[in-house]
Design a protein around this ligand. Sequence first.
Ligand code: KIV
Length: 352
Amino acid sequence: MAQHTPSHSSLVTVLSRQALRSRSPPHPPAHAYTKNVSGCIRTYLGGAALEKTMSVTQLRARGVPQPVPRVTADTLLQKKLSSHPITAITAYDYPTARLVDDAGLDMVLVGDSLGMVVLGYENTLPVTLEEMLHHTRAVARALRRAFLVADMPYGSYHASIDDATRNALRFIKDAGAQAVKIEGGSQRAELVRRLTEAEIPVVGHIGLTPQSVHSMGGYRVQGKTLAAMDRLAADAQALEDAGAVAIVLEGIPRELAARITHQAAVPTIGIGAGPDCDGQILVFHDLFNLTFSPPTKFTRQYADAAAFFTSALTQYRDDVAQHRFPTDAESYHLSREVQSAVATAHPRARKA
Ligand code: KIV
């Protein structure tokens, strides 16, 4: 066991007094949080934060009045009626959802594309209810304005209507979603009706429905024949009649999307369905080159986040490997008082 010499214990006393003095100040008032959202960046650029001891995300202030009204299903309908395009994107976590919300998009979908773009699954089929709930909660904590829709994963609404209703309620009650999305047309009409009766707004999803990858025989554009066009138009009508508040049209010809959009009383939101839908949605990772694959025909890459991250990561790796990070300025220091106590206690210790 180590011998506690008097000089060692006095060092301990000095250190604990020091620790007491340097305790974090009380939390700043609520309004200070929103002003300091760039704290991490400012720290990196030169260090405005004096003694920020944890790299934590600055959360939104709670209990502060919302400066902007929340987008609702009715807001989306008003946009359709006034021919203002609905802007939508997927998000799966707190920081990206917050960026999306601050950028003013109308709708955020916690899509089960999560399985492929975030969790590394081969397709959306293995995504579980618990995974979707977990990510929906994170996104809900970030959003103030955007309409939050959560995807019901494969298997969570296929066994029975009662089972599906219980699962859908969890998205609204526990996870903070404002609506759920389910894939399928006429065959889901009864379910949409029951969920709507349970006060759960439902977004339908027809066309290329990724959860049907096996029955579709792959990811193929749907609705390319006259019969298939009529079927999809009837599906949209059935969803609308059952109470769906909006319908996602995925992977269908522009002409069919235009026909459905024109006929539907509820907004259509397209992905790979051309420009005539009432709104557009894309997968977040497609916009930023974060899918490790070439962009598809219907996506547009707005920035190369992969190149941005890779450049920063290799610089960081090199800085550590070459002893350039961290510098003395990026290190904490003992006070002069404690330094001299250390020098007295350990006279032969090497000076830093
Ligand atoms: O899961 C998802 O991201 C989706 C969109 C493609 C609409 O369903």
